[in-house]
Design a protein around this ligand. Structure first.
Ligand code: ATP
Ligand code: ZN
Ligand code: MG
Length: 303
């Protein structure tokens, strides 16, 4: 526990992360961003030959799509919604009064907008692709990056509330998407090793909410649906997930109506890089000053 606090404080002291007064909500220095940009260029070099279709969505998504995704069934504790003031001039007066007095929560009068904060980079993709019609029988591959929101405030600098996820998402037959997932597990290990990071891969599960969620956790683990690539950041005993490799079977295909040319339901898989976590793993392993990093690591990142 102490270790976590002190790594966060060291990051603040070095100016790499900027305190906003909210746990898990940080500014990032130019140097921190340069590390993320360099690592993303490494991802581009490794993934580039696959010729994925790039798309970039803002960090908010269509609330109707969010509702249909079932996120509130599985992870209600993590979701963030965007609410706004939609009242009259009179409502405005009482709002200001309420804020001045400070006894009542002024946000209670806010109304939900059509926008929800994106919980994972791939969420806006599925309805977008479904709208296009059938997928080619050879499948489809997408390259995404988005800020994501998860309501999980923490003193662990690797657990943030607004962070960036780079993802590749594959749609196709079962063997096509499971091959894709295996390819990225191998590539992930190789990439992290090339920048001097110590990695392990392990089976994992998502934090499904409540008692009913326990069943989903067991199912996910029994069927090997989720793997994580772990790197020590705040603890060597409990290394942090810096990548995840998720096989959704045909559940997203069913939900969104993703079909291949032959009419079969598409299987999907996604591979996510936690960009802040990878930068933090690099700073933790090689030191807070990029200039002192091993020459081979600097060469891989900056050529
Ligand atoms: P964890 O088990 O640590 O909560 P996760 O299983 O929730 O991770 P995914 O949902 O698979 O993570 O998200 C993909 C990647 O995004 C993760 O492998 C991780 O690198 C990153 N990530 C997830 N949650 C956070 C967070 N709160 N702060 C920073 N990065 C995160
Ligand atoms: Zn995903
Ligand atoms: Mg999580």
């Amino acid at each position: 526990m102490d270790m976590q606090v002190s790594f966060l404080d060291r990051l603040f002291d070095a100016g790499l992360l900027i305190d906003t007064g909210v746990d898990g909500l940080y500014g990032r220095s130019g140097q921190f961003e340069e590390v993320i940009a360099a690592f993303e260029r490494l991802i581009d070099r490794v993934g580039g030959p696959d010729d994925a279709e790039a798309m970039r969505f803002p960090p908010g998504m269509n609330r109707a799509f969010f509702e249909k995704s079932g996120y509130m069934k599985s992870f209600p504790q993590l979701a963030g919604t965007v609410h706004s003031f939609c009242g009259s001039e009179l409502d405005h007066m009482s709002l200001l009064k309420c804020m001045e007095v400070g006894e009542q929560d002024w946000t209670e009068g806010q109304k939900a907008t059509d926008i929800v904060l994106t919980p994972a980079a791939c969420y806006p993709l599925y309805p977008t692709v479904a709208r296009r019609g059938k997928l080619p029988s050879s499948g489809a591959l997408f390259d995404l990056q988005s800020y994501c929101f998860r309501h999980e405030p923490s003193k662990d600098p690797a657990r943030q509330q607004l962070f960036r996820m780079r993802e590749y998402v594959c749609m196709g037959t079962e063997s096509h998407v499971t091959d894709f997932r295996q390819l990225w597990m191998d590539r992930g290990v190789e990439m992290m090793t090339s920048v001097g990071l110590e990695v392990t891969i392990d089976i994992a599960n998502d934090p499904f909410f409540g008692r009913a969620g326990k069943m989903l956790v067991n199912n996910q683990r029994d069927q090997n649906l989720k793997f994580e690539l772990l790197i020590p950041i705040t603890s060597t005993a409990n290394p942090t997930a810096c990548m995840s490799f998720n096989y959704h079977q045909d559940s997203f295909g069913q939900k969104w109506g993703l079909n291949l040319e032959d009419g079969s339901v598409a299987h999907t898989a996604c591979v996510g890089f936690g960009l802040e976590r990878i930068a933090l793993a690099l700073f933790h392993t090689h030191g807070l000053d990029v200039k002192t990093w091993p020459e081979s690591v600097r060469a891989t990142l900056w050529g």
